[in-house]
Write a protein that binds this ligand. Structure first.
Ligand SMILES: [Zn+2]
Length: 312
């Protein structure tokens, strides 16, 4: 085995954030205020664990070359990362069960912070983003899947298993299933009837299919609903009520002041306002919850990853 070269001299005020996804790796160099200086995306062309390690190391060298020295590094990735052992559990990368963090530390000769990508999103938005100032913030990503993270006073709440905010894998209440005769679908997590199966992007498409809009993209569903299409309006109403019920469960457990929405479905026009109104009608009581769309959008992945070393 090759001995890693010692890292070049450190420029401590710069920090690197990396968002490792199943199809691309985005890497960004930030200044001390977490403003982006250099950013690039490469494809995740990694069939094996060793290739994945090499790919990440290559991106770190790119960061170092632009920083003029070894940068501190945070990495976000899909799936679960055991914060005690650094072992990964991810269906999108060839790293399940591997000590990814420790192997990168050994190859890079520096500390590496690592967390679930939804946690990075939540951390970024709670610090200078749309959730700034709230004591408890729920960052909720509505995309291909549904995941999230919880922050308290700008720090991630990691709990026992890094699970706070993984709301997509709660079960849809029987009350709504009975009311709309909803299908009980197998979720990617192996359970049946998770919210993710009907409130994610593919979930919204499924809901539309039940109203005669099979194959319509989420953006079309939302646009048609706004223009008065009654079937797509009914679809959006179901989707918003399912989401509001999900928010209600979160409110009863973590009682957040603010919900920040991210992911592809957060680009639906006025989605935060529509969800706030739907939630207001179904909540028990109490003070208003603020709903907002992410300030940093897709860039929150790298930005939050870069914050892991200092804000966790
Ligand atoms: Zn699930």
């Amino acid at each position: 085995m090759q001995t890693p070269e010692p890292p070049p001299a450190r420029r401590s005020h710069l920090v690197g954030g990396m968002d490792v996804g199943g199809s691309k790796i985005e890497t960004c160099l930030f200044d001390e205020q977490f403003r982006p200086l250099e950013r690039r995306r490469v494809e995740t062309a990694c069939a094996t664990y060793e290739e994945l390690l090499d790919c990440i190391v290559g991106e770190v060298h790119w960061l170092d070359s632009h920083a003029g020295g070894a940068v501190d590094l945070g990495i976000g990735l899909p799936g679960l990362v055991d914060h005690a052992t650094g072992r990964a559990l991810t269906s999108n990368l060839p790293a399940t069960g591997r000590p990814l963090r420790e192997d990168l530390v050994a190859k890079l000769g520096r500390s590496v912070a690592m967390a679930n990508d939804c946690k990075c999103f939540a951390l970024s938005e709670a610090n200078g983003g749309a959730g700034e100032g709230a004591e408890i913030t729920l960052g909720l990503i509505l995309g291909t899947g549904v995941g999230g993270g919880v922050t308290r006073r700008g720090r991630l709440v990691l709990g026992h298993n890094d699970l706070p905010g993984e709301l997509g894998h709660l079960g849809i209440p029987g009350r709504l299933v009975a009311q709309w005769a909803l299908p009980m679908l197998l979720c990617g997590c192996g359970r049946v009837g998770c919210y993710e199966t009907l409130v994610s992007g593919p979930g919204l498409v499924r809901l539309a299919g039940r109203h005669g809009g099979a194959g319509r993209a989420p953006s079309d569903i939302a646009r048609l609903a706004r223009s008065g299409d009654t079937a797509m309006a009914a679809t959006m109403r179901e989707w918003l009520m399912l989401l509001a019920e999900l928010i209600h469960t979160a409110q009863c457990t973590i009682d957040m002041q603010c919900v920040v929405l991210g992911g592809g479905l957060s680009r639906i026009p006025d989605v935060a306002q529509m969800l706030a109104e739907t939630y207001r009608a179904c909540r028990i009581a109490g003070r208003e919850t603020r709903f907002a769309v992410a300030r940093f959008g897709d860039a929150s992945g790298t930005r939050g990853a870069a914050m892991l070393l200092t804000h966790s």
